[in-house]
Design a protein around this ligand. Structure first.
Ligand code: HSE
Length: 336
């Protein structure tokens, strides 16, 4: 399986290491031999149809801050040169999410699909802004589009609802889908001010480079768009979400909730309307998880309410979701 990786940050490096460390096992168990034939970051990239040396890619990235120096004898290629000229089976999109125009991820995904590559994205931007049309493009080009890591990181939230609950009619769901705001609200409940809790979350590296993505609920809203389309069959994008972040949550609100044996959580919900907003959740509700954890409760017609809890971010966790998607694509292709 020939793979192009877009972006070479923490997730992509974790994926590259994971593929190498699991090489024998993946072949023995699933008959797949992943080979990274192209990779690039914002400064440029490299390709080799025989497969790039993963350890060297990681070393070069560490030393020079970019993988373009991997092979000095070769002409530097920018991302779209690689996607448009290198033959591959799967494109893995890991560049940063942005909710203004979703670039550069959007162009990567569109170009790859037009070249008949299957696509795995952990970048939420393109899905949040154009889920329905990207799905159509994938169908038109007869390629598979997978994005397990966009919701819940390594926790298989999308797979659970789509596959484990297959045949069920999910009527509503509600979840804590952003670990950073959960960490901040948890610390506020323990007595910290918003400012101190934010500073602490930043010092631990949890907060996005653009803090607004976490604090104003954009990240949670993007995940809600993905769930609504994939699980509920809706055709919605970011403007369809009613969104309030956590900047307005005060210590007074948190104390008032505590008196009612509740905690304030940033909840993304789908129940007639699609809403991201701070809400009081009873502390004994399975959804009421603390720290950076994510949790989501699905309510279905016949099986009641079920909650899935796990870590929603992290390089190795998200890399494992990409591996799941690769195996899924492999299974679908061999079925054909
Ligand atoms: N900023 C996100 C979070 C990262 O805090 O959950 C994972 O999407």
């Amino acid at each position: 399986m020939r793979i192009i990786i877009c972006g070479f940050g923490t997730v992509a490096q974790s994926l590259a290491k994971l593929l190498v460390s699991r090489m024998d096992d993946l072949y023995a168990k699933y008959g797949i031999k992943p080979r990274i034939v192209g990779a690039f970051d914002s400064k440029g990239g490299v390709s080799d149809p025989a497969g790039l040396d993963v350890n060297r890619l990681i070393e070069v990235k560490k030393k020079f801050g970019t993988i373009r120096k991997y092979d000095k004898s070769k002409k530097n290629m920018v991302g779209l040169d690689i996607i448009n000229n290198v033959d591959a089976d799967v494109l893995v999109e890991t560049t940063a999410s942005n909710y203004r125009d979703a670039e550069p991820g959007m162009s990567h995904i569109i170009s790859a699909m037009k070249r008949r590559m299957h696509v795995i994205s952990v970048n939420k931007g393109p899905l949040a802004l154009a889920f329905p049309s990207l799905m159509e493009l994938a169908t038109y080009n007869q390629v598979l589009f997978r994005f397990s890591g966009t919701v819940g990181g390594g926790t298989p939230i999308l797979d659970y609802a789509k596959n484990s609950l297959r045949g069920e009619q999910i009527t509503s769901f509600a979840g804590i889908l952003n670990g950073t705001t959960n960490y901040i609200l948890t610390n506020m409940a323990r007595g910290m001010s918003f400012e101190a809790a934010l500073k602490d979350a930043k010092s631990k590296g949890y907060v996005e480079a653009d803090e607004s993505l976490d604090l104003d609920g954009l990240d949670a809203a993007a995940k809600l768009v993905i769930l609504a389309n994939w699980i509920m069959g809706m055709k919605v994008t970011m403007p369809d979400i009613k969104r309030t972040g956590i900047r307005g949550v005060t210590t007074k609100d948190i104390k008032a909730a505590a008196k009612k044996k509740c905690a304030v959580k940033l909840i993304a919900s789908c129940n007639k309307e699609l809403i991201v907003a701070p809400r009081e959740v009873p502390v004994d509700d399975p959804l009421c998880v603390n720290g950076t954890l994510n949790a989501i409760s699905f309510t279905s017609e016949h099986s009641g309410t079920q909650t899935i809890i796990g870590r929603g971010a992290g390089g190795t966790e998200t890399a494992s979701s990409i591996l799941r998607d690769l195996l899924d694509i492999r299974k679908e292709i061999s079925r054909d």
